[in-house]
Design a protein around this ligand. Structure first.
Ligand SMILES: [Zn+2]
Length: 403
């Protein structure tokens, strides 16, 4: 070990030397050989010791392999061509999952590019080595990216709550390739239901690729359609009804779209005042609240009967927006009632979406789809839940073995 000067944070160099048998592993096929062609001094960044940055030095051999020709020797402590040791790579990769790459780079005194390469190598190794679950239920969902009308399609395992794949648009073609490329044939064979939105390209793709799977419409999306209808009623009632009424309805959109049970205190009074000013809006609000019950029935008949009585309550109300919603729900009744046979956990779908949006927001400007997908997989699978899990990722690598 060599230390430059007495400064508390002076760099340390560790020279690694091979002892014992002079046999080297070829980095091509992993065969051992003792025929060395030449060697070259190389350095790797390693974990710091106290405040001292540490550099590992080693004379890496080039060997003459009978099968591969001239190749560099394989070393235990670092990936081929990497500038950092494997244990530092793991630490950087791990840090990058909870802080921006630029912060992790500063923290470990490497360049941004080196930190990013370390992160990618770390995530790839993790993804390669973990088992591939075969979920019964998968989710197909669009995620809005940025403020424009740019949508990404996310394929996820909604049994274990993990992201499986990602595409940069939401066309039928790319959804079809997403389903065929990201899922192996045994995985596809196991899928019994796909939880998705009422988006025709998705439905077509599912019908082509997963012929045996049912479609379950996501509760969140169904209620979103209901909220849109309710908002149409609000606009109809207040904004085309003269200046006085307009003032009453102004700025109430978000309040109106909230569910009754989540509204408290003064906001609840505000909502009641709004309903007192317009009974039709009140009626529409109640009708939307009732739709929650669509997912409480045990049989499709129950769902159907409920929807028929819901439509009956609409009669004479002169609420064309809600009537349109009713017709829409009737058209998609099969996919809504499919929940009776496939009780997918909508809560998992929603929390997945929240995590995905948070990762995308943090990784804004990230152009590389492959890295973003790896980050999403890591964030949703959250593989570190205990000290033991953490140890798996921070396993010490020997600097060099004597075999
Ligand atoms: Zn070889």
């Amino acid at each position: 070990m060599i230390c430059d000067g007495d400064v508390p944070d002076s760099p340390l160099r560790i020279e690694v030397e091979r002892r014992g048998l002079r046999r080297y592993t070829c980095s091509g096929g992993g065969r051992r050989t003792s025929r060395v062609r030449d060697m070259q001094e190389r350095t790797w960044h390693d974990l710091p010791w106290a405040a001292h940055p540490v550099t590992v030095m080693y004379h890496q051999r080039r060997v003459r392999c009978r099968h591969c020709g001239i190749r560099t020797e394989r070393i235990e402590f670092a990936d081929p061509k990497a500038r950092v040791t494997r244990r530092l790579q793991q630490l950087i990769g791990l840090d990058c999952q909870s802080m921006p790459t630029s912060h992790a780079a500063v923290r470990h005194a490497v360049s941004w590019g080196a930190a990013r390469r370390a992160e990618v190598a770390f995530l790839r190794r993790w993804d390669r080595q973990r088992p591939k679950p075969r979920p019964r239920y998968i989710g197909l969902d669009e995620i809005q990216r940025g403020k424009g009308h740019q949508f990404w399609t996310v394929l996820s395992d909604i049994v274990h709550g993990e992201v499986i794949g990602l595409r940069q648009d939401r066309t039928e073609e790319s959804t079809t390739t997403l389903l065929t490329q990201e899922l192996t044939p045994p995985q596809r064979g196991r899928i019994r239901a796909v939880c998705t939105d009422m988006w025709t390209p998705y439905l077509n793709a599912v019908a082509t690729v997963l012929k045996k799977a049912d479609v379950v419409f996501d509760k969140f999306h169904v209620l979103q359609h209901a909220s849109a209808a309710l908002d149409d009623v609000r606009r109809q009632e207040f904004f085309r009804a003269g200046a006085v009424m307009r003032a009453v309805g102004r700025g109430k959109r978000w309040l109106l779209l909230r569910r009754w049970k989540t509204v408290r205190g003064s906001k609840r009074r505000e909502l009641e005042e709004l309903f007192a000013a317009n009974r039709r809006l009140f009626k529409a609000y109640i009708l939307r609240e009732q739709l929650d019950r669509l997912w409480t029935y045990k049989t499709p008949q129950g769902v159907g009967n409920f929807l028929v009585s819901w439509l009956k309550a609409l009669r004479w109300q002169r609420l064309p927006e809600m009537e349109r919603l009713g017709a829409f729900l009737i058209r998609h009744l099969e996919g809504i009632a499919a929940y009776c046979f496939h009780p997918v956990r909508f809560g998992v779908v929603e929390s997945l979406n929240t995590t995905i949006k948070a990762v995308i927001r943090r990784a804004r400007g990230m152009r590389d789809e492959a890295i973003l997908l790896l980050k999403l997989k890591w964030a949703t699978a959250h593989p570190i839940r205990s000290v033991r899990d953490l140890k798996r990722f921070l396993q010490p690598y020997e600097l060099h073995s004597n075999r």
